[in-house]
Design a protein around this ligand. Structure first.
Ligand code: BGC
Length: 369
């Protein structure tokens, strides 16, 4: 089972790299990732929250509130442009990532990504439920703006969580929008958010299911490991439901390497298409929730086996590559794969937390796997 020493090491890495502004760099040492993404940061804040680091989580959410309110005009221009059917210009688009002091970057990044804000709306609602306090009025304002942005735009294409395919509708992005709106609707008693979440749920079941399991994007049969998120944390599907069971099985069959590491999707060429730490932990989290403890422990052992001599977890490993010819060109462009990747450490912590809860609930103890 996860030891306290291992848990503290992951926690210390997250805490050490939190910027004084409250933002988290996706990776502090990998230049293209020295920015704060709503997606990565929200999972990091959630992991800290689970281990009682409420103040650090709170500071991240304050960073999000400040950033959203400072750039609310970009939420408006993104929404209005898309609703008019016009092409979104980079300077009009609300970014998926900001500098650590909350400034947008004009560098041509694929910015319009709904899942990041959906994840934040879910994470901030969860934070306020776990650490009840009366948040300042500005928090309510930022949450309401985010909810209404998601309500207006979920039916329109955006970049997916891997920052690709801007012309498609993505099941994971919809699941994240669902998770955010559902949590907001429930905690804020906001019927418009609850209604939009209900519509997203029906829409995904109608268009996002192929062969009895979820598909990466509408109109395609491709599988993608991010679909794990439809169950956890976003709750679009029950972890034990038939569709989720088939989705998990397809991820096992098509995206899990013989060593147990999980790839993003079969056509992945980024850094040669390696096994992602965070996805392997995510799969373990779902197994733990489904009561499949051996598989959850195997995922944990795989993740722990990927920790380097500095205690860092990278974004991906190059042990089993789907497209090895592509690795050198990425290494020439940006150097080795990002490490530490804070999202990898966060998912490792979330998996460990869930395994500890199962242990408490069942009274079962395990040797360190
Ligand atoms: C991934 C994103 C992630 C970003 C920062 C990108 O390569 O596709 O999902 O948010 O890195 O970690």
């Amino acid at each position: 089972m996860p030891s306290k020493v291992e848990i503290d090491r992951h926690l210390n890495i997250l805490l050490e790299y939190q910027h004084p502004s409250g933002g988290f760099p996706a990776s502090p040492t990998f230049p293209p990732y020295r920015y704060c993404w709503f997606r990565d940061g929200s999972f990091t804040a959630h992991a800290l929250e689970l281990y009682g680091k409420h103040e650090a989580a709170h500071r991240f959410h304050q960073w999000c509130v400040d950033t959203i309110l400072r750039h609310a005009h970009l939420l408006e221009s993104t929404r209005d442009t898309i609703l008019r059917g016009d092409l979104l210009k980079p300077e009009e688009c609300f970014p998926c990532r900001f500098s650590l002091d909350g400034q947008p970057l004009q560098d041509g990044w694929g910015n319009h990504q709904l899942d990041g804000l959906g994840t934040w709306l879910w994470a901030v609602s969860d934070h306020l439920e776990r650490s009840p306090c009366t948040p300042p009025a500005e928090w309510q304002h930022a949450r309401a703006l985010t909810a209404s942005f998601l309500q207006a735009l979920w039916r329109f294409p955006c970049y997916d969580c891997w920052e690709e395919h801007p012309h498609d509708l993505h099941t994971y992005s919809l699941a994240a929008a669902y998770g955010g709106l559902q949590a907001h609707g429930r905690t804020q008693k906001d019927p418009a958010s609850t209604a939009a979440a209900g519509e997203i749920h029906s829409y995904v079941l109608k268009h996002g299911v192929v062969n009895g399991r979820l598909a990466k994007r509408f109109g395609s049969e491709e599988i993608d490991a991010s679909l794990l998120g439809a169950a956890l944390p976003f709750g679009l599907l029950d972890p034990a439901s038939v569709i989720m069971t088939r989705t998990l099985q397809t991820i096992e069959d098509q995206l899990t390497s013989p060593s147990g590491g999980v790839h993003r999707y079969q056509a992945d060429t980024y850094y040669g298409g390696g096994e992602w730490i965070l996805l392997t932990a995510w799969k373990g989290w779902l197994h733990a929730r489904r009561g499949e403890l051996d598989q959850a422990l195997q995922a944990l052992a795989w993740v722990q086996g990927s920790v380097d001599a500095n205690g860092y977890l990278p974004e991906q490993t190059s042990r089993h590559l789907l497209a090895p010819d592509f690795l050198p060109r990425w290494e020439q462009q940006w150097g080795s794969s990002a490490s530490p990747l804070l999202w990898s450490h966060s998912m490792a912590l979330i998996l460990k937390y869930n395994l500890l809860r199962v242990q408490e609930d069942t009274g079962r103890s395990w040797s360190n796997g």
